[in-house]
Design a protein around this ligand. Structure first.
Ligand SMILES: CC(=O)N[C@@H](C)C(=O)N[C@@H](C)C(=O)O
Length: 917
C-alpha cells in the first residue's frame, strides 16, 4: 500500500468557501481547488462548520482513479469535517472526504491535534462506504448531546410557610464547542406528597451557573455556598479560592482564601466534603494543602552591590526551581496536593486549618458531629483519613485512589477550630473511631445524633480487590460528646457472600446524599447496585433490615437524589416515553403510603412513584425516535463449566446476567447499505472495566447513539462484576483472561442460540479491563468477532506494572488473593512471566480482524504505552488498525470533544464492519 497525503485549505468569508486540495497518490501529487457553497456545508455539517475560517488536512488515500473530477464534484459529495474548536485555534481535527469517483470511495485522513494514526485507506471494494457517512452520524450524535442529564437535586422544607418541599435540580449539558460541561439549575415547589404534577411550580427557566466548583445549600435551605476560583483565568493552584455565601435574595458574604492558606477546594466526589455546622455559621471543607515555597535561583546575578533594588526588581532576575517531587493519588489526581481540613466562619470571614491531624494522613468526607451539650463550646468534626501508604500491600508508594476502594481508611473525630480561641488551638490529637476495621468511610449521623453510620469496604481491603461488597456499621455516639477509641460499634449489614438470584445481593454503594434519612429517623436510604440494575435501598439501622423501595417489577435503574418529609426524589432511566437504558434520565417522586405507621412491612410494600416532568426538558426528535424504537431485557445465562470456582453452596446453578438492548421489530426497515436482508441486526458486545464494576440499565448517551445506528447491544456482567454477591466477585481474582473471557463467550453463544444474534456479524467494545477482555477475545476467539474497539486497554500486564498507578491491581487480578503477599515494587522474573501469560499480548498471534483503538495520552491507570505496544505488534502483522490518540485525556476519555470524537468513530467503524457486508 502506498501512502498518500493531502493538504487542503479552506478560506472562510461570507461567500463560497474556497478550498484547495493537494493529494499525493501513487501517481504523484495532484493539486486541485474547488469552490464550495457555504450553505451546502452548513446544511450538511451544521453551523459549526459554516463558522470555520480555515481548515487543513493531510491524510492517506489509496490510488484514486480519475482524481481530477474531484475538483468538480467535491462540493456535491461533501467534506465530513467536524470543527470543534473556535476558528482562531486549531484547524479541523477530524474528517473524511467522500468522493464517488468511478464508483470508488476515497477517505482522506485528517491529522489534527488529536493525532489520528490511520494508515489504511479505503478502496473501491466498498470498505469505506459507511465511514464516509460521518456527517449524518455526527449530526445524530450531536442530538444525543443536546439532552441534559440530571446530576443532583437538593430538597429543603418549603419557605412558603406552608407544607411542601422546595427542590433545586442541577442539570448539565455538554458544550461541545467549548469542550466543557454546562451546569444549570431549575427549581420546583412540590406542595405535598399527594399533589399531582399540575400542582408543581417550576421556575420558568433554568439558570446557568458557570465556574462553580461546588454548590452546597445549608440544611435549612436558607443559605447557599458556592465555591469558585477567585480569578477564573488563573491556573487552579495559583488562584485564591472564593467562598460565596448566598441568602434567598442576595449575596451575604464572600470569603477569599489565599493560596498560602490552601489550594483548590476538593470537588472530586471522593475526598470532597463540605459540611454546614448545625447553627449554619461555620462550614467545614476539604482543600489542597498549600504549595511549599519553590527554591529561587539567580539571586547572585543581582545581589552583590544591588541592595537598593526592590524585591520585585530582584524577582525579575530570578527564576523558580521545581522543588521536591511530591507523590499524588494517581489517575485523576495528577498534580493535586494532599487533602486537608479547613473551617470557614461566615460571620467573621475567617478560615482556619484544622490542627492536629498527622502529616501522613489525607483527609476527606468531613461532617459535623452533633452539637455539644449546653455549656460546652467544643464542636467536633468527623472525617475519613487515609494513610499515604497502603498498609495491605508492602510498598513505599502512594497507590492510585480512583475506583480503588481497597485503600485502608478509618474515621476520626477531631475538635473543630474555634474563633473564640482565635486560632490558638491546643491540637488535641484526633481520636480513631473505627478500631481495627480496615475501611470506614461516608460517615452520616442519625437525625437524633445518637448513631454514627458508615460504610466499609473491608472486603476489598482485606482481599486486595479494587472494589468489593460493602458492609454497613453503626457507632453509638455519646450524649456528652466525649469520644473515645472504644465506642460501641456494630455491623448493621454484613457482606453478602453468595446470595440467591432473587434476593438482596449485598451493598454496593459509592455515594450517600447529605441527608439520607426517612422521617422515622432510623431508615437510611441510598443507591446501590443490584445485579444489572441500580436500586434505592432503605436500611433500618436498628434492625438491619434491608428493603428495596424502588418498584420490584422495574428493571430500569434508579438513583436517590433527595429525601424530605416523607418525599423521596429519584432519578431514573425510566421515562414515560419508553423503558430502556437508551432513555435519558427522568425525575420521579416516591412516597410511602403507610408512612405514618412506619412499620418495616409498610416500608417494603407501600411505595408509590409518579413522574415529575421537567418542563424545560425536551428531546430532539431524532433522540425521541431512537428511544421509542429500542427495548431491553436482562438475560439470565447459566454457566456450565467443569471446574467452577464459585461454590454452589446456595444450591443454585451459577449464572451471569447480560443486558440485551434491541431494536424493536417495527424498526427493521433500516436495512444496511449493502441492501442485504438480515433477520437480526448486528450485535455489539459491550464489556465494562474494573473488572469489579458492572454494566447497568442506566442511560448512556453514547451507547444510545450506537443502538440508534441500528445495532443490538449485549452488555455482559461476567463473574467478578459488582452487584451479585462477594463469592462470585472474588472468583475472578487470579482468573482474569480465562474465567471472564469464558463468561463473555458463554453469553454470546447464548444469544446466538436464542436467535438474537448471527455469527459473523458480531463486534466487541470495551475500555480498560473491558479492553483487556476485548483484546483477549480477538485473540482467543478469533472467529467470533468481526472487529473490536478498545479504549485504553490493558494489553500487557508485564509492562503495565512498571508504570501504572495501580501495580497492586496487576498482582491481585493475576495472582488472586495471594497477590497481597506476593506484591513487590520490584517484580521478579517469575512474576513477570505470570503477568505475560495472563495478558492479551500472549494471544496476539491469533488475532486476525481489524481494530480501532482510542488512547488517552495522559492516562496514568493504563498508560498509553500499553495499548501502543499492542497496536504496533498488530500492525507488524499487517492487520488494519485505526488509532486515535487524545493528547490531553486521562483514562476515562470523557472530555466532551474526546468522547464525541471517540464514539462518532466507534459508530462509523462498527457500521463499516458490521453493516456493510
Ligand atoms: C481499578 C481500575 O481502574 N481498573 C482498570 C484496569 C479498569 O478497568 N478501570 C475501569 C474502572 C474503567 O472503566 O476505567
Amino acid at each position: 500500500m502506498k501512502l498518500a497525503h493531502s493538504h487542503a485549505r479552506a478560506v472562510g468569508g461570507r461567500g463560497p468557501l474556497l478550498m484547495s486540495l493537494s493529494i499525493a497518490t501513487s501517481r504523484g501529487i495532484i493539486s486541485s481547488s474547488a469552490s464550495i457553497r457555504r450553505f451546502s456545508l452548513a446544511s450538511q455539517f451544521g453551523p459549526s462548520l459554516s463558522s470555520a475560517a480555515s481548515a487543513s488536512w493531510c491524510g492517506s488515500c489509496s490510488p484514486v482513479p480519475g482524481l481530477l473530477p474531484f475538483k468538480r464534484e467535491l462540493a456535491v459529495v461533501g467534506v465530513s469535517a467536524f470543527r470543534l474548536s473556535p476558528p482562531s485555534s486549531s484547524p479541523f481535527r477530524l474528517g473524511f472526504i467522500r468522493k464517488a469517483i468511478s464508483g470508488s470511495f476515497c477517505r482522506i485522513r485528517v491529522v489534527g491535534s488529536m493525532g489520528d494514526l490511520v494508515e489504511k485507506s479505503n478502496t473501491a471494494d466498498g470498505a469505506g462506504k459507511t465511514e464516509a457517512d460521518g456527517a449524518k452520524e455526527a449530526e445524530l450524535l450531536q442530538s444525543f448531546y443536546a439532552v441534559p442529564s440530571i446530576d443532583k437535586a437538593w430538597t429543603s422544607p418549603s419557605r412558603t410557610g406552608k407544607s411542601g418541599v422546595d427542590v433545586v435540580v442541577a442539570m448539565s449539558q455538554f458544550n461541545l464547542h467549548g469542550n466543557a460541561k454546562r451546569t444549570f439549575m431549575s427549581t420546583v415547589y412540590i406542595p405535598d406528597a399527594n399533589a399531582s404534577a399540575e400542582d408543581y411550580h417550576w421556575s420558568p427557566f433554568p439558570f446557568e451557573l458557570s465556574g462553580a466548583l461546588l454548590i452546597v445549600p445549608s440544611p435549612s435551605g436558607s443559605k447557599l455556598l458556592i465555591v469558585r476560583k477567585a480569578d477564573p483565568a488563573a491556573k487552579e493552584a495559583t488562584s485564591p479560592m472564593k467562598l460565596e455565601i448566598w441568602g434567598p435574595g442576595q449575596l451575604l458574604s464572600e470569603l477569599f482564601v489565599p493560596p498560602s492558606l490552601h489550594g483548590p477546594v476538593y470537588a472530586d466526589g471522593w475526598f470532597e466534603g463540605v459540611s454546614w455546622s448545625h447553627d449554619e455559621e461555620n462550614i467545614a471543607y476539604v482543600a489542597e494543602e498549600p504549595c511549599p515555597p519553590l527554591p529561587k535561583y539567580g539571586h547572585s546575578l543581582f545581589s552583590s552591590g544591588q541592595s537598593s533594588r526592590s524585591e520585585a526588581e530582584l524577582d525579575a532576575g530570578t527564576w523558580k526551581g521545581q522543588g521536591d517531587w511530591t507523590e499524588d493519588w494517581g489517575e485523576c489526581y495528577t498534580g493535586k496536593r494532599k487533602p486537608m481540613l479547613f473551617v470557614a466562619n461566615i460571620k467573621s470571614g475567617g478560615v482556619q486549618r484544622v490542627e492536629g491531624i498527622p502529616k501522613d494522613i489525607s483527609v476527606g468526607q468531613v461532617v459535623w458531629a452533633p452539637p455539644p451539650p449546653v455549656g460546652d463550646e467544643t464542636q467536633q468534626l468527623v472525617y475519613v483519613g487515609w494513610t499515604s501508604y497502603a498498609t495491605n500491600f508492602n510498598t513505599a508508594r502512594k497507590l492510585g485512589m480512583k475506583y480503588c476502594y481497597n485503600r485502608p481508611c478509618a474515621l476520626y473525630a477531631v475538635e473543630a477550630p474555634s474563633e473564640a480561641r482565635n486560632g490558638e488551638q491546643s491540637p488535641t490529637p484526633p481520636v480513631k473511631l473505627t478500631g481495627e476495621i480496615s475501611s470506614a468511610y461516608i460517615p452520616r449521623f442519625s437525625p437524633d445524633g445518637k448513631q454514627l453510620v458508615f460504610l466499609s469496604a473491608k472486603a476489598a481491603v482485606d482481599t486486595g480487590a479494587h472494589c468489593a461488597t460493602n458492609s454497613l456499621y453503626a457507632l453509638e455516639w455519646p450524649a456528652n460528646g466525649v469520644v473515645t477509641a472504644s465506642l460501641n460499634m456494630r455491623e448493621v449489614v454484613p457482606v453478602m457472600m453468595n446470595p440467591d438470584t432473587s434476593g438482596f445481593p449485598g451493598l454496593y454503594v459509592s455515594s450517600v446524599i447529605a441527608n439520607p434519612w426517612l422521617s422515622d429517623g432510623s431508615t437510611l436510604l441510598f443507591t446501590s447496585s443490584w445485579r444489572s440494575m441500580q436500586v434505592i435501598l432503605g436500611v433500618n439501622i436498628k434492625s438491619g433490615t434491608v428493603t428495596r423501595i424502588t418498584p420490584q417489577e422495574s428493571i430500569a435503574s434508579w438513583s436517590l437524589l433527595g429525601v424530605q418529609d416523607g418525599i423521596v426524589l429519584a432519578g431514573t432511566s425510566l421515562t414515560s416515553i419508553s423503558i430502556s437504558p437508551t432513555s435519558p434520565p427522568a425525575l420521579k417522586l416516591g412516597k410511602n403510603l403507610a408512612a405514618s405507621t412506619n412499620t418495616e412491612k409498610a416500608l417494603k410494600k407501600e411505595w408509590s412513584w409518579s413522574d415529575i416532568n421537567v418542563p424545560s426538558l425536551k428531546y430532539p426528535p431524532k433522540v425521541e425516535t431512537s428511544i421509542t424504537s429500542t427495548t431491553f431485557e436482562i438475560l439470565e445465562i447459566p454457566i456450565d463449566e467443569p471446574e467452577l470456582t464459585v461454590s454452589e453452596s446456595a444450591g443454585t446453578r451459577p449464572s451471569i446476567e447480560a443486558i440485551f438492548v434491541s431494536r424493536k421489530k417495527a424498526q427493521s426497515k433500516e436495512q444496511p447499505q449493502s441492501g442485504v436482508k438480515l433477520d437480526v441486526p448486528p450485535l455489539i458486545v459491550v464489556l465494562h472495566g474494573g473488572p469489579h464494576s458492572a454494566s447497568q440499565t442506566t442511560y448512556s448517551r453514547v451507547l444510545a447513539f450506537l443502538s440508534s445506528l441500528g445495532f443490538n447491544l449485549l452488555h455482559v456482567n461476567y463473574r467478578g462484576s459488582v452487584g451479585f454477591g462477594e463469592e462470585p466477585l472474588q472468583s475472578l481474582l487470579g482468573n482474569v483472561g480465562r474465567q471472564d473471557v469464558g463468561d463473555v463467550l458463554i453469553a454470546v453463544e447464548h444469544v446466538i442460540s436464542k436467535g438474537l444474534a448471527e455469527r459473523g456479524r458480531i463486534g466487541v467494545i470495551g475500555g480498560s479491563h473491558g479492553g483487556f477482555l476485548t483484546s483477549h477475545l480477538l485473540g482467543q476467539a478469533a472467529d467470533m468477532f468481526v472487529t473490536g474497539v478498545l479504549r485504553n486497554p490493558v494489553c500487557n500486564i508485564t509492562s503495565m506494572i512498571g508504570v501504572s498507578d495501580i501495580p497492586d491491581w496487576c498482582y491481585v487480578e493475576t495472582f488472586g488473593k495471594e497477590g497481597l503477599s506476593a506484591y513487590s515494587d520490584v517484580p521478579s522474573e517469575a512474576d513477570l512471566s505470570i503477568f505475560y501469560k495472563a495478558s492479551p499480548i500472549a494471544h496476539l498471534s491469533k488475532v486476525k480482524v481489524p481494530s480501532l483503538f482510542l488512547i488517552g495520552a495522559q492516562d496514568r491507570r493504563v498508560p498509553p504505552s500499553n495499548g501502543l505496544q499492542y497496536i504496533q505488534a498488530l500492525r507488524s502483522r499487517g492487520l488494519e488498525v485505526k488509532v486515535i490518540v487524545f493528547p490531553e485525556d486521562t483514562h476515562a476519555l470523557d472530555r466532551p470533544q474526546s468522547e464525541f470524537e471517540s464514539f462518532l468513530n466507534v459508530g462509523i467503524w462498527f457500521k463499516r464492519f458490521l453493516l456493510s457486508t
